[in-house]
Design a protein around this ligand. Structure first.
Ligand code: FES
Length: 120
């Protein structure tokens, strides 16, 4: 595993969430209060894209049904989601954002439908 470059810092302004791809893995990158956060782009409630939501003071808000996830732990702070999203270590250096993805991110952090199909 190594940190992979996902974006320029300017592509993720404060309060926003953007979607980036690292190979085939979809990563949501958010910024709140200057700090950058990276996580799976799929809400654990019903697979909505978290990159369609917003960064808020409490955490990352899913725009579909209002779940909010903690930036550090990925735990849901507000329902209806009950399961955490996976968060990734992130680094920002020299105007660029780097994310450390687990080896199994493609299989484990995509939409549930894809995971269920892969499990047969
Ligand atoms: S899909 Fe995210 S809260 Fe329902």
């Amino acid at each position: 595993m190594e940190y992979r470059r996902v974006a320029r810092s300017g592509q993720v302004p404060d309060g926003l969430v953007r979607r980036f791809f690292v190979d085939e893995v979809e990563v949501a990158v958010a910024r709140w209060d200057g700090r950058v956060h990276a996580m799976s782009n799929y809400c654990t409630h019903l697979d909505c894209l978290l990159s369609s939501g917003r960064a808020t003071e409490e955490g990352l808000l899913c725009s579909c049904h209002g779940s909010v996830f903690d930036y550090e732990s990925g735990e849901p702070i507000l329902p209806p989601a009950t399961r955490p999203i996976r968060v990734y270590p992130v680094r920002e250096e020299n105007g660029e954002i780097f994310v450390l993805l687990p080896d199994d991110a493609k299989e484990q952090d995509g939409p549930r439908r894809r995971r269920q199909a892969a499990q047969g």
